[in-house]
Design a protein around this ligand. Structure first.
Ligand SMILES: [Zn+2]
Length: 192
């Protein structure tokens, strides 16, 4: 066994981003996005693509999740899907009209669809994904003309921080690509 590869494997898991400690006094979009960012940090720490999400109802966080595709070996285990499931279970209702989803990256086709199917009232995302984003980036699924549910969308909250952690993760993955397999070949999870 090559010790360099061993140490490389260990360094690969280290996340250079610290968790944030948003003020408890002002619970605005930035506050909740900071909590989603912290979920992304958690994802990196277990070598998952660092995307995080929280769902808020009546000013309280009722769900928090991060991408878990690798650890669950489940291509549907995106942060948004896991958080939506948690939230529905928490309130005992699959209709999330009164809830807001905060997510660090624009939802992919699957997750954008899930926000509509779960009747989410509002989606706030940080970084817009021009390749796979389906809430304004590559396309706008939520604006299909015949939808019977309208999701309100806000974009760009903490965009720089949330894009930076994704870009840094994939840069690190590329740096270690020779000694390990890439985290994901799924274009839905590729960095910009
Ligand atoms: Zn997704």
């Amino acid at each position: 066994m090559n010790p360099t590869n061993e140490s490389a494997g260990q360094r690969r898991l280290e996340c250079p981003f610290a968790k944030l400690h948003p003020s408890q006094l002002v619970k605005d979009d930035t506050h909740f996005m900071a909590l989603a960012f912290n979920q992304a940090v958690e994802a990196w720490r277990i070598d998952e693509v660092p995307i995080g999400a929280v769902i808020v109802k009546d000013g309280a966080v009722i769900a928090a999740a991060h991408n878990a595709v690798e650890s669950l070996n489940d291509p549907t285990a995106h942060a948004e899907i896991l958080a939506i499931t948690q939230a529905a279970r928490h309130i005992g209702n699959w209709r999330l009209n009164e809830c807001t989803l905060y997510v660090t990256k624009e939802p992919c086709p699957m997750c954008a669809g899930a926000t509509i199917m779960s009747r989410l009232g509002r989606v706030v995302y940080a970084w817009g994904d021009p390749k796979m984003g389906c809430m304004g980036g590559a396309t706008a699924t939520h604006e299909l003309p015949k939808l019977n549910h309208r999701v309100s969308v806000t974009r760009g909250v903490m965009e720089e921080e949330c894009r930076s952690i994704l870009q840094a993760y994939f840069a690190m993955k590329r740096a270690f690509a020779k000694s390990d397999a890439p985290a994901s070949e799924d274009p839905a999870q590729e960095a910009p």
